[in-house]
Write a protein that binds this ligand. Structure first.
Ligand code: CO
Ligand code: CO
Length: 327
């Protein structure tokens, strides 16, 4: 389903108000946050998808890392999760076991316990987690709140959509493919730890299917600001640049571009392949963090040991004619 479609459908449903619901669906945030006590709020999120890689063990890890990521993006810690699994008849028990083992191992690494789940038969395999995490109600991070004067830090390189598309055409080397798989399977936990050590975080989200472009648009729109992305500062996965230059762009990137287009300005000297990469849909992408510039420089320094590709990729400006400018 393309960006924005669900928002449109949900408009017809009545909005139920509950004062304990601190974060709901209104600004397309990653997860919902529900206050339990003055000290603890529960974060709920769910994510699952079809295999992005052929290896079932890596697929399980990536699906779990992706599902857990939304808890980190809200400033929280995952606590307990349940498996969501769709399997066709033809899938062997051994393959299913490997998918679940991947998810299990990733959850253990996150300090999160998987307590059961639900499996149904389906023509195409799908896997993911429904995750519950926790956070102090006053320390919830949202995808809105970015302020003029902030800059944006991105903690993982871009290009998983372009690379998985290129891999199907045999255009990706083993080394490039391995690096991409490891990147997708990396938890955002350590990057989130470093982020939480900073004094002042104004907004945070994680980059997934809407690409850097779509998630930046949501952050800018919800924050009432314009965000200027510096295309030359983008951290890229090895091979992504060459594939994008060749025009190996997944359809999702064009959907993302089309969706943001009415609110987007692209400077004339920005190469098309960089604009395409900014729109590239990511699987289990990095955190996108808005914070004051001085703190950001320090954060990137601290991130070096746990998320080496981290970079300052943009700046927050007072709201102009567009939500996103690419320069
Ligand atoms: Co998210
Ligand atoms: Co998500």
């Amino acid at each position: 389903m393309g960006p924005g479609v669900l928002t449109e459908i949900l408009q017809d449903l009545p909005n139920v108000y509950d004062p304990k619901l601190i974060v709901g669906f209104d600004t397309s945030d990653d997860a919902c946050v529900y206050r339990l006590t003055d000290e603890i709020a529960a974060i709920h999120t769910v994510d699952f998808f079809t295999p992005i890689v052929d290896d079932p063990y890596w697929f399980g890890q990536i699906a779990a890392a992706n599902a857990l990521s939304d808890v980190y993006a809200m400033g929280g810690r995952p606590a307990v999760a349940m498996n969501l699994l769709c399997v066709p008849n033809c899938l062997s028990k051994e393959t299913i076991r490997k998918i679940l083992k991947g998810g299990h191992d990733k959850a253990v690494e996150a300090g999160c316990v998987i307590a059961g789940g639900h499996t149904i038969q389906d023509q195409e395999p799908k896997y993911g987690l429904c995750v519950t995490g926790y956070v102090h109600p006053d320390k919830v991070l949202r995808n809105v709140g970015a302020q003029p004067g902030d800059v944006l830090v991105l903690t993982k390189p871009i290009g998983t959509g372009v690379l998985t598309t290129g891999a199907k055409a045999g255009l990706v080397s083993d080394g490039q493919y391995d690096a991409m798989v490891r990147c997708m399977a990396t938890l955002n936990a350590k990057a989130a730890d470093k982020m939480l050590e900073c004094g002042e975080i104004h907004a945070c989200t994680d980059i997934t299917g809407f690409g850097l472009l779509g998630h930046t648009d949501e952050m800018a729109d919800g924050s009432g600001v314009t965000i200027r992305l510096n295309s030359r500062a983008l951290p890229l996965l090895s091979g992504a640049r060459e594939l994008a230059e060749m025009g190996i762009i997944p359809a999702g990137a064009y959907r993302n571009l089309d969706y943001v287009k009415p609110r987007l300005a692209v400077a004339q000297d920005v190469p098309q392949f960089l604009a395409d990469l900014i729109a590239d849909p990511q699987t289990s992408g990095g955190l996108l963090i808005a914070l004051p510039e001085g703190e950001a420089v320090e954060l990137v320094e601290r991130l070096r040991s746990v998320a080496a590709s981290s970079a300052i990729v943009g700046a927050v400006l007072p709201r102009g004619d567009h939500t996103v400018e690419i320069v």
